[in-house]
Design a protein around this ligand. Structure first.
Ligand code: HEC
Ligand code: HEC
Length: 283
């Protein structure tokens, strides 16, 4: 009975595009005429039986939205990157330090974004980039933590993404991170809400189809933070998860919750091999 109800709801919700499936575009993403971004590649080994190829969400957006990401002058997300550069150099907290005091230039952090979320040995936990920044703020600067997925944190995330743009996502899923990854995977395949839909129902089984007016992508996070035309600001990963869970009419987890941290690790691992692409532009 449950299966039947699900099929009915899914059919009602997800109307196949007129010409069977509207394919992802063949266009290539090259930023500023020289930075090549991998937006389509072979899926990581752990995705065997799930998908053969992975695609950035960029491939599913309309031409106008895609174009905004091809030139940093047209990418509204870059304004927030500039704001974060100022925050990077600003002294804050009781220790009289800025991020720059210890880390030098933001460019010295190239490659960091590509491996997060990442296991932190000393803390014995998987950390998202936001958790790591907040650890530096509270424990090394004597400053207040930034609100999870609030403007300051998301802007800094965008700065750290921008200096890693073009590098392949490569999060580790084995060793001590494995149990967190398993939890994230379980969440990804769990149906939630009145609609009884999982992430996989939409982003694994139906990418390429239209849901209402929206061209469904694989729900990858290699391109986060994402500037959304809808709310005219940068959006963090957990914020996006929240919106998607809410769309299934389910109670949702909070930004920074253990569930969303685990889900972030899992979803990031589904994008291993795609380029770091943030800050991106989405509708
Ligand atoms: C007093 C020195 C200090 C300050 C100030 C500081 N950090 Fe750190 N940061 C560190 C140290 C030390 C590590 C390595 C910690 C670890 O691996 O547990 C680190 C690690 C990081 C990492 C992870 C790097 C990696 O390779 O995994 C990020 C990202 C980061 N800091 C961001 C920031 C940001 C953003 C700020 C400013 C808001 C900041 N830090 C301020 C000392 C500092
Ligand atoms: C009812 C279908 C549906 C479900 C279920 C759903 N999403 Fe989405 N999701 C969407 C739509 C529609 C969009 C916007 C178009 C797109 O990029 O797919 C979206 C976008 C996203 C994006 C942004 C991708 C980008 O490149 O901008 C991410 C990330 C995402 N979803 C993750 C998830 C995760 C994780 C779950 C499970 C917790 C989930 N979604 C569940 C429909 C869904």
């Amino acid at each position: 009975m449950k299966i039947k109800a699900l099929a009915a709801v899914t059919a009602a919700l997800i109307a196949a595009a007129p010409l069977a499936m509207a394919e992802a575009t063949d266009d290539q993403l090259v930023v500023n005429g020289d930075l090549e971004i991998v937006t389509q590649t072979a899926a990581a080994a752990h995705l065997e039986g799930s998908v053969d190829e992975v695609f950035s969400g960029w491939k599913f957006r309309d031409e106008g939205t895609r174009a905004m990401q091809m030139d940093d002058f047209d990418n509204p997300g870059m304004i927030f990157v500039d704001q974060a550069r100022e925050a990077w150099a600003a002294v804050e907290g009781t220790e009289g330090k800025s991020c720059a005091s210890c880390h030098g230039e933001p460019e010295d952090m190239a490659g960091v974004k590509a491996v997060y979320p990442k296991w932190n040995e000393e803390a014995g936990e998987v950390r998202t980039l936001t958790m790591q920044m907040n650890d530096c703020r509270t424990n090394r600067m004597g400053a207040d933590a930034w609100k999870y997925d609030g403007g300051d944190a998301v802007n800094m995330d965008a700065l750290l993404s921008s200096v890693s743009r073009g590098m392949p996502m490569n999060v580790a899923i084995d060793g001590p991170a494995q149990s967190t990854w398993e939890l994230g995977k379980e969440l990804y395949y769990t149906r939630t809400g009145q609609l009884e839909l999982s992430c996989a129902n939409c982003h694994e089984q139906n990418y390429g189809n239209y849901i209402r007016a929206d061209h469904l992508s694989q729900g990858q996070i290699n391109a986060f933070p994402a500037y959304r035309l809808k709310n005219a600001k940068l959006n963090g990963v957990h914020n996006r998860f929240k919106g998607c869970v809410r769309d299934t009419r389910a109670e949702t987890y909070k930004e920074g919750s253990p569930e969303f941290i685990a889900l972030e690790l899992y979803v990031a691992s589904r994008g291993n091999g795609l380029s770091v692409e943030g800050p991106s532009v989405r509708n």
